[in-house]
Ligand binder design. Structure first.
Ligand SMILES: Cc1cc2nc3c(=O)[nH]c(=O)nc-3n(C[C@H](O)[C@H](O)[C@H](O)COP(=O)(O)OP(=O)(O)OC[C@H]3O[C@@H](n4cnc5c(N)ncnc54)[C@H](O)[C@@H]3O)c2cc1C
Length: 470
């Protein structure tokens, strides 16, 4: 019980979970080279010995104990800002553990229909909080033919479903795809990927199971090479995480871990709540990355002696506009809070969706701007080992020279970050994630349609048209 040390976190993962990678069964993720960097990244969130980090990472619970701030239920704007600060420093594993906020956000709706579900959420949440556990978000199903509903697929398991109910619990079968970090967390929190209808009731299912539950098989891959160094891969070394293709091969879930089992009318609430918190986390990441892109654009421009070039300055202005619009959107979302009936606050739904959409819809254009400024070295810069080589290092120092005040190593680090962040390992991941994480562009358009104050807009238009008085 209580906060875990890094060592205790590693130990806690040696639990017999079924993990695969490249066809190999991996018995112990903590000693396998493929997981070294992801584990270093995730373990940094257990760095409670550092006093400064501890302030950001922890809070005092209602019961007076210390817990990771990821479990703090926001009750005020300050709480929410502390959460934003946490996300800026924490790994994506802490981000996915925010799934508990999505569950707690719909506790009232669940309690009204079946109090057991709300009680289960509270219990699992406290279990995770008090044992300093991390969770993965298992939402996206295989989905098969997109034009057909869950129960109409050729194979009824293409969406995860209940195949048996008994007095002890339910048995589920199916797969959840693209699940970030699952192999190195403790709890697998499952939710429906979409709104389910009456004929899809068996697919309206939500629960949480430990990662070592019998029948759960996690097949992994990653965007980054298993072995990389921080000089050549500055972004991947900080963010590398495996993604899991998770199979539920007739998995038993006891009733006290079930949050939904057939009440299809509630499936939409799960999707909406998860989407909100997922997009909020995505936006915080977007604030960080867009500011870094401005910085990189400025640095590379200065280093190449183009600091006064009107074309370069105007491209940088485009990047500034992008970064600032995202930041203002996030700020607006956090100052125009909304509150659930139980008193939990969350960022403004419309603002989060507008800002997330703007970020995702323009991300690739901003990468283009950065590449346009930076030139071919983004892809062709030799590696750190060449710089350190007695034979060729001197050539690199000679021919990468631009001006006296530009240090060659700094210049190489800037290019390496541009490449890794936008055109190589992490960059490839980010190009897809910016669009898909928290649902694709269409999902945000749907939410904008749902949450915009259309009555007010309609009235205003009618007033301007002279149909009604202003
Ligand atoms: C790196 C990465 C990490 C991720 N991490 C997680 C995670 O941790 N947990 C998790 O649950 N998910 C995760 N996801 C999944 C992500 O949420 C989905 O990729 C996203 O919701 C899109 O779903 P999909 O991939 O099945 O694509 P699709 O649903 O096939 O969507 C692709 C496109 O098709 C469109 N489309 C879909 N259905 C129809 C239709 N019937 N008619 C017309 N057009 C349609 C969509 O609007 C979209 O434009 C991750 C994804 C990535 C890439």
């Amino acid at each position: 019980m209580g906060l875990k040390s890094k060592q205790q976190y590693f130990e806690s993962l040696k639990d017999g979970r079924e993990v695969f990678w490249g066809g190999e069964r991996i018995e112990d993720v903590t000693t396998h080279p493929k997981f070294k960097i992801p584990l270093d990244v995730a373990a940094a969130d257990y760095n409670y010995d550092d006093a400064d980090a501890r302030d950001v990472l922890t809070y005092t619970t209602e019961e007076g104990t210390q817990a990771n701030r990821i479990f703090q239920i926001p009750r005020s704007s300050d709480d929410l800002m502390a959460r934003v600060e946490l996300y800026k420093h924490a790994s994506i594993i802490s981000g996915t553990s925010g799934v508990f906020m999505a569950l707690l956000g719909i506790e009232d709706q669940l309690r009204a229909v079946k109090p057991m579900y709300a009680d289960n959420i509270q219990r699992i949440y406290k279990h995770a909080r008090d044992n300093d556990l991390r969770a993965a978000e298992l939402i996206t199903d295989a989905k098969g033919d997109r034009s057909r509903k869950a129960h109409q697929q050729d194979d009824p398991d293409l969406y995860l479903r209940i195949v048996e109910r008994n007095d002890k619990g339910i048995v589920v079968r199916g797969a959840k795809l693209h699940i970030t970090g699952a192999a190195i967390v403790h709890e697998l929190v499952v939710m429906p990927t979409k709104t389910m209808n009456a004929d899809e009731a068996d697919y309206a299912v939500s629960f949480s199971v430990p990662a070592n539950t019998p029948g759960v098989k996690m097949i992994n891959r990653n965007f980054a090479p298993a072995e990389l160094n921080e000089f050549d891969y500055p972004a991947s070394a900080r963010f590398s995480m495996p993604e899991s293709f998770i199979v539920f091969d007739d998995v038993f879930v006891p009733w006290d871990r079930v949050f939904l089992a057939g009440e299809y009318e509630l499936s939409m609430a799960f999707a909406l709540s998860l989407g909100l918190w997922e997009r909020t986390a995505g936006l915080i990441e977007a604030m960080e990355i867009s500011q870094v892109m401005v910085g990189l654009a400025q640095l590379v421009t200065e280093q190449q002696g183009k600091g006064r070039n009107p074309a370069a300055l105007s491209t940088i202005a485009e990047l500034i506009c992008y970064a600032e619009t995202i930041r203002m959107g996030m700020e607006h979302a956090c100052t125009n809070l909304e509150t659930t009936p139980s008193g939990m606050v969350h960022p403004n739904v419309l603002a989060v969706n507008v800002a997330k959409y703007y970020y995702a819809n323009n991300y690739h254009l901003m990468v283009k701007n950065l590449h346009d400024l930076a030139g071919g070295l983004v892809m062709t810069l030799p590696e750190e080992a060449d710089l350190r080589s007695n034979e060729v290092g001197g050539y690199l120092r000679k021919y990468l020279h631009t001006k006296d005040d530009v240090d060659i190593e700094v210049r190489m680090r800037v290019y390496n970050l541009i490449r890794d962040l936008s055109a190589d390992a992490y960059g490839g991941w980010q190009q897809v994630v910016s669009l898909q994480a928290g649902g694709g562009l269409f999902a945000q358009r749907v939410m904008m349609n749902r949450s915009y104050d259309m009555d007010a807009a309609r009235e205003k238009a009618l007033a301007h048209a002279g149909v009604v008085s202003a």
